[in-house]
Every structure is written in structure tokens, then in C-alpha cells.
Design a protein around this ligand. Structure first.
Ligand code: ADP
Ligand code: MG
Length: 678
């Protein structure tokens, strides 16, 4: 044939600059495209052979990648079907270019969003090359080899040439800006990333061996890929060790995974893969996006948001599907109906697998629960379809380390932990050491990363149930039952005693308020609690989100004093002895002032603010300040009494101590005082 010159069938003169600039943000994928084509050509030949359409020996089918660092060229050679002159014209000059044009027309406004388009594969080589050559010989032995050259303009040449065997060499001449690719380590890195599991052997360089103390090249090809990766094999042929080993090959330096799921779907879409439940502890974000997405064993991406539900991004492993469209932007991907089906299917598979493990090996399931639960809770909270099946096997662990399903746990506490309104009260602790001492009720551990959110979620799901942290109130009030004690202190005594105690509470950012409860004489004299609501809001604010407002509030605690405890009675009696006279003295002074104030107020009752005479207003303000003055004096008396009463300080310290709030110098003083009191 005559050397042919021509213009590629494209009208857009500047198609190459566009390819160079916008087509892919990652230039390195040119290699993925060229190798994919080489694999395709090899697979086609194998198919032809198996159908009897190709009768010669297949011979060596290895794809070879060779780098010439001096010339700055990269050659990808295959022994696949090859192309005739006619085919080059059709597939390279016409089709590929016209599809390139269509493609660019369609996406011209969002070229930056394009994540990959296999149809444009071959031309992606122009992202990094000033010139590309194709030397190819068709598997039809009668047709001559041809050489196609294009220098990045729409002009090309096509002529006959020599090539011994059928197959194709693609030779890239790197342009100035892309010389970084003329580097062995770089090319090997790209091959390992995208081509690691391709089904045809890919050779890059030679194996080395140690000889006379140095490493020398052998003549054995260095194969960079595993042509038969685990997910393409049948589950029946595989053992647990195989799955674990594969996991470590994907994620070196990680702990063993908890469980795996081998996916194999061929209807209504094609999908294979292996997913792993990793061991997740604290570093929640780091764990995400470890799933690798493949299309026919070609690596596509490891950011799978939008393809799998959010909670599944915590899983690790591989998903391989030719049905996930790769030639579209991510937002389009998320609305693709195939992708939605795939997401729903994976969710169901994961739930099925968990149920299977639970049924077949509950012991294993319980053993791994603590690690598994963050994942399951996340799924239950964010995917209704996951909640449904998984709520039957989700476990609660109590403070004794026993595990229960939600249903089992409900049975366990049903008798003993209903309050007077019939609400079932689930008691929990986030820290067994700090919050919990035996109380005769069952208490579940909620010390996981997501537990505060999870509590809110299941509370909304379980009927007539309420979660309460075990230290959020005194025992008798955690689960309010019918019986109630009479108070042995009058309101006035309670008021005075609260001032006795308030004077001795720690000062600082934390706010305390004193309240009295009428409990049994043998119940604790004093405890410090934080309201369930307030605490939950604060806990949640630490995870961010709408509740973060609460995070800025100071900690607020209630100091609950048992009005009926003998020690409290004793303090009250002492107060009467020591302070009554002084208190009454001020009360006598306050009394006429208050009477006077009342008179004025009744006289002005029903009047609007502006109708009250200024003289009256001034008089009331004056009375108020005098009353306050005397009341402050009373407060001083009571605080002074409290300060000298060792028992007051001692009770407060005991309460602080049991909340882990007594520290440093205060703790030392407490110990000293305890010894004195003994
Ligand atoms: P796609 O691979 O999606 O068809 P490409 O632009 O990557 O698009 O390739 C265009 C066409 O060029 C291929 O469909 C194939 O017919 C031909 N081709 C490319 N590379 C080779 C090769 N190494 N061997 C044989 N044919 C090839
Ligand atoms: Mg291709």
C-alpha cells in the first residue's frame, strides 16, 4: 500500500488541547487505558480461538510495558488480535475521534467533572505525548502490518510496515511536561494501582536476584499483576485464610478483618466482589473510602460515595461491576438507577451475612460484637432497610459482659424496670468505673463512639421505652416507682440547709444547684447528678452537629440531698443550735419590711407601670435592697456555719469523689479530714 496521508475525521481543530487539559484530572490514567485496550485485544483473540475462528497457536500472550528513558518513550505491546489498515482507519481515525467529538460536545461545560470515559481511551495517550505510534499486525495472517503516526494534530500518516507476530505496539513519545513518566518507579506505581488484578499477565522489567552480593536482572519477566484475583473465584474453593491473606494484600499493616462477604450477582446487574468488616475503633474518618471499585478487573476509583450507602463506606474490600457507568460525573452516578439497585443489593447482602453469622455462630458474633457495633449502629441509624433486619440481631452488652438482643434484653428487664407509668427504663453507663456501682437494676454498656446517637435512635424505635444514664439521678428516681417518703425537713429548713451546703460547693466553671429529696433513712445522704437531657446534648455536641450549642454551656450538676438521712438531720439540729438566734434576729428585721412592701404592692395592684407614683417605686426598691441585705446576712451566717461543720464538707466531698470530681489538694484535704472524723 501507498503511504497514506490524511486528516482525522474530526472537525474540532482544537480537540487535542482539550484532551490534554481537561479530559482527566489524572494524567496517569493514559496507561490504564492503553493496558485495557491490550487486555481487550488479548481477550478477543482468546474468544476467537475458543470459537474456532482463530486456529493458530496462541503462544505467549503476556502484555509488555517497556520504558526507554533516553528517548523518553513508553511502549505497550500485546499479542492480541491486532488491526489491519482498514481497522486502524475505522477504529482509530473514524470512530474513536468521532466519539471524542460527541463526548466533548456533550460535556463541554463540565469537562472538569469528567471522571473517565473508556470510549475515549486510546486518545488519552495524547494527554502526555507529543507523538503516538501504533505498529500493529492483524491476527488475519494474510494482512500486512501497518504503522500509524500522529503528532497531536488532526494529521496522521498510515503506511505498511513489518511486525513479526500478530499484535500491537503502542509507542508514546512523552512531551516535555510529561517527562516525569519516563521513570521506572512511576510507571510501576501506576501499573500496580490500576492494573494489579487484570486478567492477562503484564510484564514490566525483569525479575532480579542476588548474585555476589548485589541485585542483578534475570531474563525472567517481572509480572506485576494477579490475573486471577480472589473475588473472581468461587467461594466454595476458598478458605478463611485465603480471604484474610487477600485482605492483607489489599491493606498491608492492618489488623485481621472481622468478617467477609463474597458478592456474586449476575441479575439484574453484574457485580462481584469481596467486602470486609474491618476492625474500627476510633479513627472513624480514616476508615472510610477503602473500598476499591473495579470494572472488569480494571481499577477505577477508591472513592465510592454515592455508589454504596454511606455506612458501607466503612467497609473495606473490592467491588467489580461493568454495570457501574464510569463515563459520567459523580452527581449523575448517584442518581443512576443501576447504581441505586446496586447500593440496595449490597445493603441487603451485608444484612443477610450478619444474620447468617449470628444464627450459625453466635459465640463468634458476640466475641466480635464490640468491634462490629460501630458499623452496625451506623447502618441502623442511617438506613431503614438495614435497621429492619439487623435490629433483630443487634446486641446490648450489660455491665457483667453478657450480650442480649434487643428482644432478649426487653424480656430481662420487663419485670423490674418499669416505672409507674409503664415506661420501660433502660439504664446505661458510658463508663463502668466512674459511673456505676451495683444498684440492683441491670445496666447496659454504652461506651462506643456512636452510642449517644444510637440511644436517641433506638429510643425513637422502641415503644414505651426510655434510656437513662445510671448516674443521672438518684437510684429511686431513675425508675420512678409508686412509694414515696415524707420529708422530715420543713421547707424553711431545706432552704436554710441549701445555703449551708451551697457555701461549701466548689467554685469555677461548673455550676451546682442544691435540691432536696425525701428518701429512706438508709439511702445515700447526698449524690451529684447531671440531668440526662443536658448530658446527652453535651455528649452529642462533641460529635458536632445541631446540638453543638449545648457544648458551650457550663456543666450543670444537681447536688441531691436526702432530707431524711440521719446525718442531714444532725446537721439541721446543729444549725438550729448554732444559728437559730442569729437567723431569727434578721427575720424579725425582715418581717416589717416585707409587710410594708406588701402593703405598697397591694395598693398599686392592677395599675400599669406608668401609673404607679415614683415615690412608691422608690420606696419598694429601697425595701428590696434592705431585705436583700438582711437575707445576705442570714446567708453569711449559714455559710459560716457550713464552713466550720466538718460533716458538711465531708458529705460534699464524698459525693464529688463518687463522681470523680474530687482532685488534687481537695482530695488530700478530704483524706485528712476523713482520718480526723474516724
Ligand atoms: P474502546 O477501548 O472503548 O473501544 P479506545 O479508544 O480505547 O476505545 O479504543 C478504540 C478502538 O481501537 C478499540 O475499540 C479497538 O478496536 C482499537 N484498539 C485500540 N487498542 C488496540 C489494541 N491494542 N489492539 C487492537 N485493537 C485496539
Ligand atoms: Mg479502550
Amino acid at each position: 500500500m501507498e503511504k497514506e496521508k490524511g486528516k482525522i475525521g474530526v472537525t474540532t481543530e482544537n480537540i487535542f488541547p482539550i484532551i490534554k487539559k481537561f479530559l482527566y484530572s489524572d494524567h496517569e490514567i493514559f496507561l490504564r487505558e492503553l493496558i485495557s485496550n491490550a487486555v481487550d485485544a488479548t481477550q478477543k483473540l482468546k474468544t476467537m480461538a475458543s470459537m474456532g475462528d482463530f486456529k493458530e497457536e496462541l503462544g505467549d500472550l503476556t502484555i509488555r510495558v517497556a520504558l526507554d528513558k533516553k528517548k523518553k518513550t513508553l511502549t505497550v505491546s500485546d499479542n492480541g488480535v491486532g488491526m489491519s489498515a482498514e481497522e486502524v482507519d475505522k477504529y482509530i481515525n473514524q470512530i474513536a475521534f468521532s466519539s471524542a467529538e460527541d463526548f466533548l460536545e456533550k460535556y463541554k461545560n463540565q469537562a472538569n467533572n469528567i471522571i473517565g470515559h473508556f470510549g475515549l481511551g486510546f486518545y488519552s495517550s495524547f494527554m502526555v505525548s507529543k507523538k503516538v505510534e501504533i505498529i500493529t499486525k492483524s491476527c488475519n495472517a494474510e494482512l500486512p502490518a501497518v504503522r500509524w503516526v500522529c503528532d497531536g494534530t488532526p494529521d496522521y500518516t498510515l503506511e505498511e510496515t513489518k511486525r513479526e507476530r500478530r499484535g500491537t505496539d503502542i509507542i508514546l513519545h512523552f512531551d516535555k511536561e510529561s517527562e516525569e513518566f519516563a521513570d521506572d518507579a512511576r510507571i510501576e506505581g501506576i501499573l500496580k494501582k490500576y492494573c494489579r488484578f487484570l486478567p492477562v499477565a503484564i510484564a514490566f522489567g525483569k525479575e532480579t536476584e542476588w548474585k555476589d552480593g548485589k541485585s542483578v536482572e534475570t531474563d525472567k519477566d517481572k509480572i506485576i499483576n494477579d490475573t486471577n484475583p480472589l473475588w473472581t473465584r468461587k467461594p466454595v474453593d476458598l478458605k478463611d485464610e485465603d480471604y484474610t491473606a487477600f485482605y492483607h494484600s489489599l491493606y498491608p499493616m492492618t489488623e485481621d478483618p472481622l468478617f467477609n462477604i463474597h458478592l456474586n450477582v449476575d441479575y439484574p446487574f453484574n457485580l462481584t466482589g469481596i467486602l470486609y468488616f474491618p476492625k474500627i475503633r476510633n479513627n472513624f474518618e480514616v476508615q472510610k473510602n477503602k473500598i476499591q471499585l473495579y470494572s472488569n478487573q480494571v481499577f477505577v476509583t477508591d472513592s465510592v460515595e454515592g455508589i454504596v450507602p454511606e455506612f458501607l463506606t466503612l467497609l473495606h474490600g473490592v467491588i467489580d461491576s461493568p454495570d457501574i457507568p464510569l463515563n459520567v460525573s459523580r452527581s449523575y452516578l448517584q442518581s443512576d438507577s443501576n447504581v441505586k439497585k446496586i447500593a440496595a443489593h449490597i445493603t441487603k447482602k451485608v444484612a443477610d451475612r450478619l444474620q447468617e453469622i449470628f444464627k450459625n455462630d453466635r459465640e463468634q458474633f458476640e466475641k466480635k460484637w464490640d468491634d462490629l457495633k460501630i458499623f452496625i449502629e451506623y447502618g441502623m441509624m442511617t438506613e431503614e432497610k438495614f435497621y429492619e433486619p439487623v435490629s433483630k440481631i443487634a446486641l446490648l452488652k450489660n455491665t457483667e459482659g453478657k450480650y442480649f438482643t434487643l428482644e432478649e434484653y426487653e424480656k430481662l428487664i420487663k419485670e423490674n424496670q418499669k416505672d409507674k407509668n409503664g415506661t420501660l427504663v433502660y439504664l446505661y453507663t458510658t463508663n463502668k468505673e466512674e459511673q456505676y456501682s451495683f444498684i440492683g437494676y441491670d445496666v447496659v454498656m454504652m461506651d462506643g463512639y456512636l452510642d449517644t446517637h444510637f440511644i436517641n435512635h433506638i429510643e425513637s424505635k422502641l415503644k414505651n421505652s426510655h434510656f437513662v444514664r445510671v448516674d443521672s439521678d438518684i437510684i429511686d428516681k431513675l425508675i420512678m416507682k409508686e412509694e414515696k417518703h415524707e420529708s422530715k425537713l420543713t421547707e424553711q429548713h431545706q432552704h436554710e440547709l441549701s445555703q449551708v451546703f451551697e457555701g461549701q460547693l466548689p467554685e469555677g466553671k461548673t455550676l451546682f444547684s442544691v435540691v432536696f429529696e425525701s428518701l429512706g433513712e438508709t439511702d445515700t445522704p447526698i449524690v451529684i447528678t447531671q440531668s440526662e437531657y443536658m448530658r446527652r446534648m453535651k455528649d452529642m455536641s462533641q460529635l458536632g452537629g445541631a446540638a453543638s450549642f449545648y457544648g458551650n454551656l457550663p456543666d450543670q450538676y444537681s447536688v441531691v440531698i436526702n432530707a431524711n438521712h440521719p446525718l442531714v438531720q444532725k446537721i439541721n439540729e446543729d444549725k438550729e443550735k448554732k444559728c437559730r438566734k442569729d437567723l431569727d434576729k434578721f427575720t424579725e428585721k425582715i418581717k416589717p419590711l416585707e409587710d410594708n412592701k406588701k402593703e405598697l404592692e397591694t395598693a398599686n395592684k392592677g395599675k400599669k407601670e406608668e401609673e404607679i407614683q415614683q415615690a412608691d417605686k422608690d420606696r419598694i426598691a429601697d425595701l428590696d435592697s434592705k431585705i436583700t441585705e438582711f437575707k445576705d446576712k442570714q446567708k453569711e451566717v449559714l455559710a459560716g456555719f457550713g464552713g466550720k461543720h466538718k460533716l458538711v464538707k465531708q458529705l460534699i466531698d464524698i459525693a464529688l469523689l463518687s463522681n470523680n470530681m474530687l482532685k488534687g489538694e481537695d482530695l488530700n484535704r478530704f483524706i485528712k479530714r476523713s482520718i480526723e472524723l474516724l
